[in-house]
Design a protein around this ligand. Structure first.
Ligand SMILES: *Cc1c(COP(=O)(O)O)cnc(C)c1O
Length: 480
């Protein structure tokens, strides 16, 4: 069904299919594809007995994005610790729950969507060969590579800043050995990597050369609607899990707290809320790059005088949070979204009216967590033997401050992915990744996941870091 539309309005073809929006996610006027409207879930009660795959199928069919390919794609959750419950929920304090979204192969929440999306993308692509380009600061890259490895019709190029990732994140990329993956360490920081990616995607001659070789170019970044679709499901699952375990009654409202960067995770929760899941407020947590919390508190989105601050939660280090655009579309429509986005492009800022801000705040609350508060939160919880990663710590801290009722916190990465920061928070020592993993495992009786242990035994297979100017040639040399 053709149920997608474009956030900034568009040309004569107003509607698109899921397949189109996944394979080529760029819409008119620099906008994004998004759902025309969101249906209401007819009965939450009826969802209670569904397993994770059935729930996904059910919600996708309500959204009219069901497809034959979906059941194959959903088998990818077999790579999770417990395929029957890929996103388990735990109680950590009275009225406070954690939903762990990190039980997939790369140990961070990106797997929740990227694992099934790899299969879906490949099936939709069919005979057509695709080159996916991605630039990462550390979590998207590993999850994308895990998802697409050994898939015949898709090749993936992954750029990462040579000195901008943790050891674990780097090894998760540099030790990949599937023939369809090309991992390139770049001289520079994440901005340089992202800039290089953007200029390649806009380089008509480069794209044409690839087309002549029978290869289309695309992206699987967090604006790809395929990712958003899967990110609606675990929020619903989290709510249902609280009902099933007797922590809440069906229909009782809860708050969700979400550590946010590009707003993909939070957008999934917003859609779940609009579909009728009783989420009273979505609490958005920022780190010192507090553009999102400022926006939700003031209605002003302003990057004109900001620069990116490196933090302990790098996956949330962001200025331009892409998926906010889909929230604007849903609340205020295409014309207004186009206008606001044009302001952002021209003046690096836009301002909601006070009525619009009120509407936004019906759904969202927000706050930000400083680096110091982040470390303190990790240390405090460790006293109760609860080890959380810095991203989750931001959300925990803000939830403590803002929540007014039972709250489900999205835990977006396993401790094993950010162990040096966690060890530093607890005992003030700066360890290497390996030492930090061992220290935490020993002191808190945790086991290091085998996939993480194995990284330190594998051979790194990447070239030495290259400059942004060399990337184009490197890719064309590789894609035959
Ligand atoms: C990507 C990521 C986030 C931010 O999620 P968004 O969907 O971009 O808001 C938070 N925490 C971790 C660990 C991540 O990898």
């Amino acid at each position: 069904m053709e149920i997608f539309t474009q956030t900034r309005g568009g040309d004569n073809t107003p509607h698109f299919t899921l397949k189109e929006s996944i394979l080529s996610p760029k819409a008119s006027f620099g906008g994004l594809y998004t759902l025309n409207s969101l249906p209401t879930i007819p009965s939450l009660q009826a969802l209670l007995h569904l397993n994770y795959s059935e729930l996904t199928q059910h919600i996708f069919s309500l959204l009219h994005i069901e497809s034959q390919e979906l059941s194959v794609a959903l088998e990818s959750y077999k790579s999770f610790d417990n395929p029957l419950n890929p996103a388990p929920t735990h109680k950590i304090a009275p009225n406070l729950y954690l939903q762990e979204l990190f039980h997939g192969p790369s140990r961070a929440f990106k797997d929740m969507a990227l694992q099934p999306l790899g299969q879906l993308f490949s099936l939709f692509a069919g005979e057509q060969k695709y080159l996916l380009l991605t630039a990462t600061s550390g979590d998207t890259g590993p999850a994308t590579l895990e998802s697409f490895k050994n898939i015949d019709n898709i090749q993936v190029v992954c750029l990462y800043p040579a000195k901008g990732t943790s050891d674990v994140q780097r090894l998760q990329m540099s030790t990949q050995d599937a023939p369809n993956l090309k991992v390139i360490p770049l001289i520079g920081d994440f901005d340089d990597a992202q800039h290089t990616l953007k200029s390649l995607l806009n380089d008509e001659e480069f794209l044409q050369t690839l087309r002549e070789r029978g290869v289309q170019t695309s992206v699987a970044n967090s604006v790809n609607f395929g990712r958003i679709a899967f990110q609606i499901i675990y929020h619903i699952w989290g709510y249902l899990s609280l009902v099933r375990s007797g922590e809440i009654t069906l229909g009782e409202s809860v708050e969700f707290a979400i550590p946010s960067g590009n707003f993909g995770n939070a957008l999934g929760a917003f859609y779940a809320k609009l579909m009728g899941v009783p989420i009273s407020k979505i609490i958005i947590a920022s780190n010192p790059n507090n553009i999102l919390s400022d926006f939700i508190q003031s209605g002003i989105y302003d990057i004109s005088h900001r620069h990116l601050l490196p933090s302990y939660s790098p996956a949330m280090d962001i200025l331009k949070s892409s998926n906010i655009e889909r929230v604007l579309f849903t609340l205020f429509g295409a014309n207004r979204t186009k206008e606001l986005m044009a302001n952002l492009d021209a003046h690096k800022r836009y301002t909601l009216t006070s009525e619009e801000l009120e509407v936004l705040q019906e759904h969202f609350m927000a706050g930000y967590c400083t680096d110091k508060e982040c470390l303190q939160t990790i240390r405090e919880l460790a006293k109760d033997n609860i080890i959380i990663d810095p991203h989750t710590a931001n959300a925990y801290f803000i939830a403590q401050k803002l929540s007014t009722q039972k709250t489900l916190i999205c835990s977006t990465a396993e401790w094993s992915k950010f162990s040096p920061t966690i060890a530093y928070a607890i005992n003030g020592e700066k360890y290497s990744d390996k030492k930090a993993l061992e220290w935490i495992a020993q002191n808190y009786h945790l086991s290091i996941p085998s996939s993480i242990c194995a990284l330190f035994e594998k051979e790194e297979r990447v070239c030495s870091p290259i400059s942004p100017q060399e990337v184009r040639g490197k890719i064309l040399e590789w894609v035959k």
